[in-house]
Design a protein around this ligand. Structure first.
Ligand code: AMP
Length: 193
């Protein structure tokens, strides 16, 4: 299965992505995690990305597209993957389409975790990650509305979008996500719950 998890920061993409990874036995690929690893390793890319991340802004499209290109061509992504936090802009979505066409691996589903604005701010403040200050939270939500939210239409037009309410019990949300994804094609090995 090739799945994208969409949603505002704090909508639960990371949590649900982890659970999907365990259930479907395919890697969860998070550009946020890849970028944080580059920052921790203090690479040239990491140092540049950190400035944007600390400000709640997006890292340049070509940087994250390059990371995804490299990651999706690794062998463990050959049977499918869960993208969490990518794409975040229209150029990223277009680049992903081109990459997947090249690999002959079309997307199966795009799941949007829907969570209201007030709940998002509450969750992000509670999370306490280093880029979760009140100012950066506001900036990230604006960036999300301006650049990422329009991707809902992009994938709706392609018939790939499923909207899942992302509030309430985590297990219940996960079951909604599984229902939205639909039964896995038989060639995939699905682990029991
Ligand atoms: P996340 O862990 O997904 O919330 O990402 C943390 C930060 O990494 C974001 O606020 C951005 O600065 C950066 N980032 C992650 N994914 C992307 C992406 N697809 N495009 C641009 N910047 C990204």
């Amino acid at each position: 299965m090739r799945i994208i998890l969409l949603g505002a920061p704090g909508s639960g993409k990371g949590t649900q992505g982890q659970r999907l990874m365990a259930r479907l036995n395919i890697p969860q690929i998070s550009t946020g995690d890849l970028l944080r690893a580059a920052v921790a390793e203090d690479t040239a890319l990491g140092r540049k990305a950190k400035v944007a991340m600390d400000a709640g802004q997006l890292v340049a499209d070509e940087v994250v597209i390059g990371m995804i290109d490299e990651r999706l061509t690794q062998s463990d992504a050959g049977d499918g993957f869960i993208l969490d936090g990518f794409p975040r802009t229209q150029p990223q979505a277009v680049a992903l389409d081109e990459l997947l066409r090249r690999l002959g691996q079309p997307l199966d589903r795009v799941v949007n975790l829907e969570v209201g604005g007030e709940e998002i701010v509450k969750r992000l403040l509670a999370r306490g990650r280093s880029d979760d200050s009140e100012t950066t939270i506001r900036e990230r939500l604006e960036v999300y509305t301006a650049h990422t939210k329009p991707l809902l239409d992009y994938y709706r037009e392609r018939g790939l979008l499923a909207i899942v309410p992302g509030v309430g019990d985590m297990d219940a949300i996960f079951e909604r996500v599984m229902t939205a994804i639909g039964p896995a094609p038989s060639r995939y090995h699905v682990l029991p719950a």
